[in-house]
Design a protein around this ligand. Structure first.
Ligand code: PLP
Length: 393
C-alpha cells in the first residue's frame, strides 16, 4: 500500500483488508456470496461495483483480493486477477484478448500445457501462431509483423533454463503494437523485473514458489488496470477460473516468507551448481547463475537473481539418470518445483514425454537430463546427497 515499501514489507503487509474484528492474520472469507442491506443496494452494486464491494466469489472475494493486491504490489503491476491454477491464468491471459484471424508469435520452449493452448486450442479457433527459438532475437524479428497481436514466452525455459532477452523481444513487439505476455514462473516474483523490461502482462503459476510448500494450485495474471478489468476480468468471471478464498489465504501465508525462501533456495542452487561443475559423471551443469551459462549476461542485466532450478546432464543416458534418481535419499522424485522440499525430475520420461524425439533434441532434453528444484534443506546435506547418488550412475 505504501509505494516506498521494500519487498519484505510489501510481502507481509500489502493489500490487507481487516474486518471489524481487527484480526492480525488475514481472514479467510470462505463465502460464495454477499448480502445487501436493501434491494436498492443490490441493484446499485450490480450496476457499478465499488472498490471494497463484492457480489459473488467467481467475480471476486476479499481474501482473493488481498492476495491479488499483494502480488501486484510486489511485481509493480497496476492490478491482478487470481486464478484456480497457473494454466487457468495462461489460458485466460491469451484467450481473453485474442480472436480468429489474430497472429501470435511464441517461443517454442514451453511448458507442455502452455504448448497445448497455443498449438491446439488457439489454432483451432483460427489464431495463427508462429513458433520461434526464443533465444534467437533475429528469429523473433523475422516472425513479428505489422498486425501481430501478441508475443508469448517463458522468460526462463523449462527444463533447459534458456533465458530470453525480454527487453529485445519487447522492443520488437511494441514496434508493431503487440502485447508482450510472459509466463514468469522460473524467474520467480522475487527476481522478476519483467515489467521494467517491457512485459505488458505477467503470468505466474503460484502453485510454485508463492505457495512454495506443496499445498495448493493457483495462478495470477498481472497487468495494467485497463487490461485486467476490461479485457481479462469479463473473460474470467464468466468462464469460472476463479481462485478459491482458501487457496488465496494459503498463498497469502506463503507470501510472508517468499523473499526469504526464494533467496535461500537460489543461494543453495548456486552453491550446488558450483560444487558440481566439472564433475566427471556430468556432461553439463546448467544454472543461469554460473558465469559459463550462455545467457548469464541477460540474467545479470534483466533479473535480480538466477532462480532456484538447475539442470544436470548425467553421462550414460536414461539408465544412469534413473540410477541417480533412485539413489537420492533427501531429494524427492516428483514434478513440482519451487517447493521447500528439493525435487528431482527426469523430463524426457515425465513432464516432456509428449514431445517428439526431434522436438526433445531441439530443446536440449536429452535422456540423461534431470531437473533439480532446490528446496530449503541444508545446502551441505543436499550436496552430499547428490554426490553420493552420482556414485551409483
Ligand atoms: C507449473 C507451470 C505452469 C502451470 O501451472 P499450474 O499451477 O500447474 O496450472 C505453467 N507454466 C510454467 C512455466 C510452470 O512451471
Amino acid at each position: 500500500m505504501a509505494s516506498d515499501w521494500k519487498t519484505r514489507t510489501k510481502l507481509v503487509h500489502d493489500g490487507i483488508r481487516r474486518s471489524q474484528y481487527g484480526e492480525v492474520s488475514e481472514a479467510i472469507f470462505l463465502t460464495q456470496g454477499f448480502v445487501y442491506d436493501t434491494a436498492e443496494q443490490a441493484a446499485q452494486r450490480f450496476q457499478k461495483i465499488g472498490d471494497d464491494e463484492f457480489i459473488y466469489a467467481r467475480y471476486g472475494n476479499p481474501t482473493v483480493r488481498m492476495f491479488e493486491e499483494r502480488l501486484a504490489a510486489l511485481e509493480g503491476a497496476e492490478d491482478g486477477f487470481a486464478t484456480a491454477s497457473g494454466m487457468a491464468a495462461v489460458n485466460a491471459a491469451l484467450m481473453s484478448m485474442l480472436r480468429a484471424g489474430d497472429h501470435v508469435v511464441s517461443s517454442e520452449a514451453l511448458f507442455g500445457s502452455c504448448l497445448y493452448i497455443l498449438e491446439d486450442i488457439l489454432m483451432r479457433y483460427g489464431v495463427e501462431v508462429t513458433f520461434v527459438d526464443g533465444t534467437d532475437l533475429d528469429a523473433w524479428r523475422a516472425a513479428i509483423r505489422p498486425g501481430t497481436k501478441a508475443v508469448f514466452m517463458e522468460t526462463m525455459s523449462n527444463p533447459t533454463l534458456d533465458v530470453i532477452d525480454l527487453r529485445g523481444v519487447s522492443d520488437l513487439a511494441h514496434a508493431v503494437g503487440a502485447t508482450v505476455i510472459v509466463d514468469n514462473v522460473f524467474a520467480t516474483p522475487i527476481f522478476s523485473r519483467a515489467l521494467e523490461n517491457g512485459a505488458d502482462v505477467v503470468v505466474y503459476s503460484t502453485t510454485k514458489h508463492v505457495d512454495g510448500q506443496g499445498r495448493c494450485l493457483g495462478g495470477i495474471v498481472l497487468g495494467t488496470k485497463d487490461y485486467i478489468r476490461k479485457t481479462l476480468e469479463p473473460y474470467l468471471k464468466h468462464t469460472g477460473g476463479a481462485m478459491s478464498p482458501f487457496t488465496a489465504w494459503v498463498m497469502l501465508k506463503g507470501m510472508d516468507t517468499l523473499d526469504l525462501r526464494v533467496r535461500a533456495q537460489a543461494s543453495s542452487a548456486q552453491a550446488i551448481a558450483e560444487a558440481l561443475a566439472g564433475h566427471e559423471g556430468l556432461s553439463r551443469v546448467v544454472f543461469p547463475g554460473l558465469p559459463d551459462h550462455p545467457h548469464h549476461a541477460i540474467v545479470t542485466d534483466q533479473m535480480d537473481g538466477p532462480g532456484t532450478i538447475l539442470a544436470l546432464e548425467i553421462r550414460g543416458g536414461q539408465a544412469a539418470a534413473f540410477r541417480f534418481l533412485n539413489a537420492l535419499e533427501i531429494i524427492l522424485i516428483s514434478n513440482n518445483l519451487g517447493d521447500s522440499k528439493s525435487i528431482v525430475t527426469h523430463p524426457a520420461t515425465t513432464t516432456h514425454q509428449r514431445l517428439s524425439d526431434a522436438q526433445k533434441a531441439r530443446l536440449g532434453i536429452s535422456d540423461g537430463l534431470v531437473r533439480l528444484s532446490v528446496g530449503l534443506e541444508d545446502t551441505g546435506d543436499l550436496i552430499r546427497d547428490i554426490l553420493d547418488a552420482l556414485k551409483h550412475i
